[in-house]
Structures are given as C-alpha cells and as structure tokens.
Design a binder for this molecule. Sequence first.
Ligand code: NAD
Ligand code: MG
Length: 401
Amino acid sequence: MGPLNLPRSVSVLGSTGSIGVSTLDLFEQAGVEVEVVALTAGRNADRLADQALRWRPRIAVVQDEAALPRLRERLKGSGIETAAGSAAVADVAAAEAQWVMSAIVGFAGLAPTLAAAKAGAVIALANKESLVCAGPSLLRMAKLAGGAVVPVDSEHSAIFQVLDPQSAAHVTRLILTASGGPFRTWSRQQMSGATPDQALAHPNWSMGAKISVDSATMMNKGLEVIEASYLFAMPPERIEVLIHPQSIIHSLVEYADGSTLAQLGPPDMRAPIACAFAWPDRLPWPAPRLDLVKSGPLTFEEPDPERFPALAIAKQALAAGGRAPAAMNAANERAVSAFLDRKIGFLDIAGVVADTLERMERQGLAAGADDDAVEGARVTDAAARRVADEVVIRRNSLALE
Ligand code: NAD
Ligand code: MG
C-alpha cells in the first residue's frame, strides 16, 4: 500500500457531541497525526478543555459566552487560544484547516459550515440541517472555492461510495434505509404517550438528543431525503425510504440496467467519518467488522405514513422548494425542543411542523425566492421559529383545557 493522501490540518466543529467525539476517537484509533486548527463546542467547557489538552488545537471556542471563563481557567498556561460566541465559531470555521468536520446540531451549524465552504475546505458534513436549509448555495460555494462536501450521514456516505459519478445519468432510484427508530412497532395510541426517555432510546445508534428524537418521528429520514436530493441532484420522486431494522445496509443505488449496489457495515459512525476523512483513499483502523452470520437475517418493511407523517411532510417541503425546507427544519427544531421540555406530546411534533408550514404558506413566507438564498434561509428560520412557538403554546393550552 502506498502512502495515504490524508488531510494534514483539521478542525472539528461540535467536537463535544456524539459525532465530534467519534471523530476524535477515530483519529486516536487510527493513529492519525493531524494538526488540529480549531475545536468548537456549544457550552461544555470541561469536555472541550479535555479534548484541547489532548489534541492541542490552535484555538478552542465555545458558542455560549457564559462557558468562556471556565474554558479559560482550564486552558490557562496551555498556550491554546480561547474564544466565545457564534461569530467566533464561524470565524474559526474559516481558518485554514484543509478538512473541517461539520458536526454542530441544527440550524446553528449553517453559518460555520458556509464559512468553511467559502474558505475552500473539504467539509465532512454531518450537520444535515445546513444542507436542508441552504443546500444548493452551500454546494455551490464549496465548489466555487475549490473545496468539497463529503457526506458523513451514514446513508449518504453509503450512496456516495456506490454512486459512480460517471454513471449518475443511469441511476433510476436512491433507496435510503431507515432503522424505524424506537417506535417502529408501536401503535399511534402508544406513541401518543411516548416520553422523551423512550424517544431517546434508539435501538441501534447512540446519538445526540435532537437526532434521536428525529429518528423516533422519522423526520430524520425526511431531512435525509432532502439532503440526498441536493447532494446527488436527484428529483424527489426517485428517492425512496425502506425500513431495515438491523441498520447493516446503509443505503442502495439502483441503476437502469437492473443492478442495485449497496454499502454495508456495522452501525458505527466512525466508518463514514473515516471514509469522509480519507476519500478517495481508505483509512486503515481497527474497525468493527461485519459478520453477516452473527448479525442474522436482514429484514425490510415499508414505512407507515399513518404513524410516521413526518416523512410525507418533508417530501412535500422538498417538492414545494424555495424556503419550505428551511421553514420545516426550524419548526421541527422548536417542536423537538418543546417535546423534550415536556410541553407537547410525541405526536404533536409532526403536528406542530405541519401547522407551522400551513400558517407560513398562508402568510406567503415559505414561498418567495430570495436573491441571497442564505439570507433567505436565515429570515425564514427566524420566522418559522416564531410561528412554531405560537403553535406549541396553542397546542399546550388546548391539551390543558
Ligand atoms: P450532539 O448534540 O451530540 O452534538 C452537537 C454538538 O454541537 C456539540 O458539540 C454541541 O456542543 C454543539 N452545539 C450545540 N449547539 C450549538 C450552537 N448553538 N452553536 C455551536 N455549537 C453547538 O449531536 P450529534 O448527534 O453529534 O449530531 C451532530 C450533527 O450530526 C447533527 O446535525 C446530526 O443530525 C448529524 N448526524 C449525527 C449522527 C449521529 O450518529 N450522532 C448521524 C448522522 C448525522
Ligand atoms: Mg443518517
């Protein structure tokens, strides 16, 4: 094997989260020697400081200014610079790292991801919300600046690995697999009483809270359909979702000649992260191996639109285009947070998203195409959050009557 052509300098945005921790763990396991330019976190100063002392970045940044004193105290005398605030996160995202892991959760990841794209970095994209809200602009900016966007989401990594760009014109379908989440076999009646703890207990993957709830509603798969449509320039009607509870086949690509290619592996996010880090090379590391005899039968089911309405809502938002996906994403972020705060029930999450989109359509906000798509996404995000919060309050008071 010849020498690998790996990135020499990296930044990890959202380093203290599930994907961020997996990224640094992969580096450790693979014995990767990289210069770490920046590590960023939301508010967990202690975990960020531990990571910084191990990886020696030039700068460590917390988004929450209240966490800065603690970060400073922990890194005193280390020679590692510190900073705080959303603007500082976006600033360091644009610093000269060759490879940037975008692993902040939610719309908050958009500005830093765009900054990294403008700087021409190779972006390992976990933050699917940024693609959903401003996909075409983000991809265009990365291309213009000479960088690239490599998907980390396991389904999109699978498609990325088996979709030969030379044969893209002959693709007939992308098939995204979904585990079905913790409520795959629950009735609507049972789901109406589901608690945050139950929604957070994913059968196959250990992930951050927001994406865990998204998996339970299957809004995660809805976001992923939008993500796939932008990443692979595929119209919505050619993207399908298939429930596969074992999470071994990560997605499939069907070609016009009847051949279907799939990518398989144990459910471990370090595998798609390794792929995004070394592409087009392959990073050797002690990866958990797939044992098809031990993993047992692989099974498949059709998703149930009655119990998982979020999937259809996302497809409609994609078909509507313009700002609808950004509005949907914002409403979902607010609804998930209200559910985790026990302000609404589990089934209300999709209900809040649907009501928000309907109200916004009536106000003509979801439609308008803006010259500046990114600014448009920002305006839509803020407006949809306000409407969603009103819808939450309304549902909350109805439930109390
Ligand atoms: P997480 O909640 O575990 O981590 C989120 C990270 O972002 C943390 O470092 C947190 O401190 C930081 N953060 C939170 N709010 C912030 C803000 N306002 N500004 C700056 N930083 C902020 O989430 P996760 O599970 O690691 O997911 C991260 C992203 O990756 C999400 O977009 C998710 O959809 C995507 N993703 C995750 C997985 C997974 O297995 N966890 C799989 C596929 C895609
Ligand atoms: Mg996924």
